[in-house]
Write a protein that binds this ligand. Sequence first.
Ligand code: AHR
Length: 507
Amino acid sequence: MSNKISIELDRKIAPINHDIFGGFAEHLGRCIYGGIYEPDSPLAGKDGLRKDVLEALKRLNMPVMRYPGGNFVSGYRWRDAVGPKAERKARMELAWHDLEPNTFGTNEFVDFCRKINSEPYMAVNCGDGDMRDARDWLEYCNGTKDTHLVKLRKEHGYDAPHNIKFWSIGNEVDGPWQIGMKTPEEYARAYAEYAKVMKWTDPSIKLLAAAVSLWDKNWVERVQLLMEHANYFKPFTGNRDLIDYIAIHWYVGNDDRRGFANDDFASYMAISERFEDHISSTEGIIRAMSSALKLERDIPIAVDEWNVWYRVHNEGKLEEIYNLEDALVVAMHFNSFIRHAKTVKMANIAQIVNVIAPIYTKPDGMFLQTTFHPFEVYSKTCGSTALDVHWSGDTFSAEGKNGNRSLNGLRTLDVSATLDEAKKQLAVYIVNRTEDKASDVTINLQDGKFKGSGKQYIVNGSDVKAVNSFEQPDNVVTRESSISASGSSFSASLEPHSFTALVFDLA
Ligand code: AHR
């Protein structure tokens, strides 16, 4: 059977917010120390930042960067990590049970973000911290009046406010692993109080509610209570909306790499159904509550932690080596975010360097993991509008593994498409979920015509388990070539187990 993708350029889902290509840097393992910041490395600049890492991150083009955790934030004391380095306070941190030297903190992070053109996004401590501390940190960063905290920032060398726009209140407060875990009611109350004082401190900020990561039986109630409490306080806060995003998290992986089952590529590829479920059910509860509360605006979703994660340790540090099938799963995430462009307005891959990351370093070098490549292709080619494409063709079945139920009739191709109206370009993203055979595909334009020229980007490797390493950094890479397409139809043969992006110029 052959596969058909049918595209109407007028059938638009929504504008795409490029914040879906966001990142996340946590004080965990070798993400900050030994990843981003390594003053002793021959590859570091005078500021201690790794120049090679900055260059690689620029290629990923991440518009927003979340920091400093993760679980780490629930015990974080921001004051320990500002000011002269000699006076910084080292502490044992209890999320990852590591020594935190605090030589990298708020100001170093903001400098780092400016170098890679990312908007800093801070999470405040809603674990063992309090709202006074959160408000103080916000004032230290964004304040403009002549206050003690603003003077302190200036003494630390930063006259101009950082103007940090995105702030989240806590992290994974639904998890028993979190310092200061909260029931749905406790977090909804705490969130509304923190949000109130933070918006009073700086009304221009955007606040994210750390709604769901555990996906247990209480998750619907969590979103419901958050929205109810925030809405109750609205009239008392100058009519300000207290929730700007509902934030959700998930991690996935192939069961066989966790040592549970025989190798099963098909059920791993079917994992896209899991994140489709997470997004659509979150959309559903937000919509139901918006209707019940008569909200006059849509609350978008931020998937502010997502990735493939096996919890593998290397010399005591959490470090994954990704293979090709993991890279395909990363590509399917972006297809999902694009298909849900109406609601998903931010997403942050967790994380960026060494820990669960597309970049892997040692003091004198680095290599790009398999997952780096689809990320780079999407962030570089994604258009401004998501298109609602229809596709049909081959299907596959998957056993009930990887946290999925058994599934039949799944489409072999996983597809999304975007339009760049200014450049008159159509991008079609396809993951071919076959392990050993090519898939033929025909793309038909229902309106508009191809102009002739275009580009094709293919991410693939010898087999689904192919990995990159310091010794063999190019086993899985992106191959870029020209394509030509005219009229309204384009056919191609997609390699087995591949991700292909087709970028067409339109007449
Ligand atoms: O990204 C690693 C950890 O995963 C984060 O600290 C936490 O939020 C999540 O459980």
